[in-house]
Design a binder for this molecule. Structure first.
Ligand SMILES: [Zn+2]
Length: 275
């Protein structure tokens, strides 16, 4: 398998069209930084919200009835993110970008900002990020998280000052995390829907790392890559993702059985060898 992936990388580097190296990452890459995944056994939803399924808690509907609870939870997340460091996998992707330049694109489902902190630049954050906020009534654009707003322990209540900081300065309604909830749709403005689909059409190889493929845009991106003649290379220790289930019988899907960081270092070495 290694040899086939290596040949594919070599060929794609030499192509003039459909030569984009796209990387699609999910929570699995950040779990090596100690951040819990959403759906794994250590799932943050299980710890944080014992009585709620992610599909119930992670919704605009839930937020609109429980703003304080959702913000308390997000400020706990802020603490986890601040304490986490990018890992070898994040750094490998940032180094690959430096080598490939315009032939590189990163699409991430992660909202933790660790790719930015590792030095990646061309990133589509298709589920938004937790470093920014926007008005829940939609009256202005994306804003940085107010700097005075501090991270919290899971059980810590919001202060009066927090509550003030979490109000939109224009209309007074609640600010919300700038992330995509389960009952919301992808769009270009916030989640780069069209941009990622355009990138998919130009992709020679889509590397899939640390995602079970449970959300629709990543599924559609993979479909598009194949439809336009590209390949899928998944890094996963197990045969358990949507991508494996859906595409492993086709000749254009390959599985590298490694954990994210080890697999990415190998990919980086292969790319270095032919550039
Ligand atoms: Zn507003």
């Amino acid at each position: 398998m290694k040899l086939i992936v290596e040949t594919l990388i070599q060929e794609t580097l030499q192509k003039e069209k459909k030569n984009l190296f796209s990387f699609l990452t999910g929570a699995g890459i950040s779990s090596e930084s100690g951040l819990p995944t959403y759906r794994g056994n250590d799932g943050i939803w299980i710890k944080g919200t014992k009585y709620h399924q992610p599909e119930e808690f992670g919704t605009f509907r839930y937020f609109s009835q429980n703003q304080e609870e959702v913000w308390q939870y997000n400020l706990f997340w802020k603490k986890l993110i601040e304490e986490a460091q990018p890992n070898t996998g994040h750094f490998a992707i940032a180094e690959i970008e430096k080598i490939l330049k315009n032939q590189f694109q990163l699409i991430t489902q992660n909202v933790d900002g660790l790719h930015h902190r590792a030095g990646s630049q061309k990133i589509f954050e298709i589920h938004g990020n937790k470093q920014s906020v926007r008005c829940s009534s939609g009256c202005n654009g994306v804003l940085p998280m107010p700097s005075e707003l501090k991270s919290k322990e899971l059980t810590e209540d919001l202060t009066e000052k927090d509550l003030d900081l979490l109000r939109c300065q224009d209309c007074g309604d609640w600010l919300r995390p700038n992330t995509l909830w389960f009952d919301e749709s992808y769009n270009e403005k916030l989640y780069f829907l069209n941009s990622t689909l355009r990138a998919a059409k130009k992709t020679g190889i889509l590397f899939i790392i640390g995602t079970s493929g449970a959300t629709t845009l990543p599924q559609i991106i993979a479909e598009k890559v194949l439809q336009y003649g590209g390949y899928l290379v998944e890094i996963n220790t197990e045969e358990n993702s949507y991508f494996f289930e859906r595409f492993s019988r086709t000749k254009k899907y390959m599985l590298i059985r490694e954990k994210a960081s080890d697999g990415l270092i190998k990919i980086k070495e292969m790319i270095e060898k032919y550039t």
